[in-house]
Design a protein around this ligand. Structure first.
Ligand SMILES: Nc1ncnc2c1ncn2[C@@H]1O[C@H](COP(=O)(O)OP(=O)(O)OP(=O)(O)O)[C@@H](O)[C@H]1O
Ligand SMILES: [Mg+2]
Length: 355
């Protein structure tokens, strides 16, 4: 699947308009703070209903406006519209049919977004690594998104209850109800995460071996906080502690990923370069995994990534993504010329104008 056009109205600082994209590499270049990342964000919003940099809907609407609208059309004539509202819920439509639940957006337009932050995946906290699995899992399987929603809803209720119990001890009677919900959804989430990583690991490992000319063996694995079959017991054991803390200490909201290179934990022993290469391999593996499971390539959104990589890795990235539609940003013309394939579309972004 490829994006044919993208259009925005009152989205961030971008001038209203429709832009055609090419099926290969699309480059947005310009000075800082001109609107390049905003352009990628608009595409990401159409794929997932949210911002890749975690911005709220309100932040994406032009400062003086009440609503923003972004839409895309793909080469197979799928059209996706997303309306963001300052005072109210966002609305979305696929092929002009309103979607009742935002989760229905997932899977219509597949994207993998990649920013310099992602190169720090291994150094950053577990929340970023969970996000790394969750976004791709949601795109691979919408049901996962609903399971996550249910899990986090139950978690919020349980945490509220834990605080209530400190005031009315009798409220503790309903704690097992929420424990059961966490176990029910947590078990499903845990199983899907585990399967996802089993599929991702050999691909990431292959990519990593190629980038390092076979010198390094990467392993990426699932590191559950509590094994699913022990979760029920653990939650019950932790009641006292959880009440004291006012929070839930066990569950999939605490899961993590493990990265190791040649058998050594990459977080502890990896050099900066190794950590970045491992992150790159894991991210590119997501692209291949989506292709394998969905039967077509996702769109790759690269925000300022090339300048963060050395020549060898830049070449690897562009060569291995040869048949994929890429929308990428960079600041200097020197980042582009002589590096990108022939037929790339180059757009200059100045103060929200894309030309
Ligand atoms: N809601 C909004 N309404 C209007 N303008 C906005 C809004 N949100 C952000 N902007 C403007 O968008 C600009 C930043 O855009 P963006 O993040 O796309 O920059 P960029 O071109 O990617 O820059 P860099 O190269 O530094 O990453 C800022 O000047 C900011 O003021
Ligand atoms: Mg930017």
């Amino acid at each position: 699947m490829k994006l044919h056009t993208i259009a925005f109205t009152d989205f961030r600082n971008l001038c209203d308009g429709v832009h055609e994209l090419c099926g290969g590499v699309n480059i947005l270049y310009g000075d800082n703070a001109q609107g390049k990342t905003n352009f990628l964000e608009a595409a990401y919003v159409c794929a997932t209903g949210r911002s890749q940099r975690g911005a709220s809907d309100r932040e994406m609407i032009r400062f003086d406006r009440k609503e923003a609208h972004v839409s895309v059309e793909t080469n197979d004539r799928t059209r996706i519209d997303v309306h963001l509202c300052r005072d109210g819920k966002k609305r979305a439509a696929v092929n002009h049919t309103h979607v009742r639940r935002l989760g229905e957006l997932f899977g219509n337009l597949l994207t993998v977004a990649f920013s310099p932050e992602d190169l720090k995946l291994i150094k950053s906290g577990p929340a970023e690594r969970r996000r790394f699995m969750d976004i791709e899992l949601c795109q691979l399987n919408r049901v996962y998104y609903y399971e996550l929603q249910q899990y986090y809803r139950a978690l919020r209720q349980r945490n509220n209850l834990l605080k209530d119990i400190r005031r009315y001890a009798a409220a503790a009677d309903t704690l097992p109800v929420w424990d059961r919900q966490l176990v029910e959804y947590g078990t499903k989430i845990s199983r899907r995460r585990s399967v996802f990583l089993e599929m991702l690991n050999p691909i990431a490992s292959d990519i990593h071996a190629r980038i390092t000319s076979g010198r390094e063996t990467l392993y990426v694995g699932y590191d559950p906080h509590t094994p699913a079959d022990l979760l029920e017991e653990r939650l019950a054991q932790n009641h006292k502690k959880d009440i004291a803390q006012g929070g839930t200490s066990a569950g999939v909201h605490r899961d993590d990923l493990i990265f190791s290179i040649n058998g050594l934990d990459c977080r502890i022993y990896g050099s900066q370069g190794q950590q970045r290469t491992a992150s790159l391999s894991a991210k590119l593996a997501e692209v291949r995994l989506i292709r394998r499971h969905k039967g077509h390539d996702p769109i790759l959104l690269l925000d300022d990534v090339l300048s963060e990589l050395d020549k060898n890795r830049q070449r690897f990235l562009l060569e291995s993504m040869e048949h994929i539609q890429i929308i990428m940003t960079c600041t200097g013309a020197e980042d582009i010329f002589g590096k990108t394939p022939e037929g790339s579309k180059i757009m200059r972004v100045t103060d929200g104008r894309v030309e």
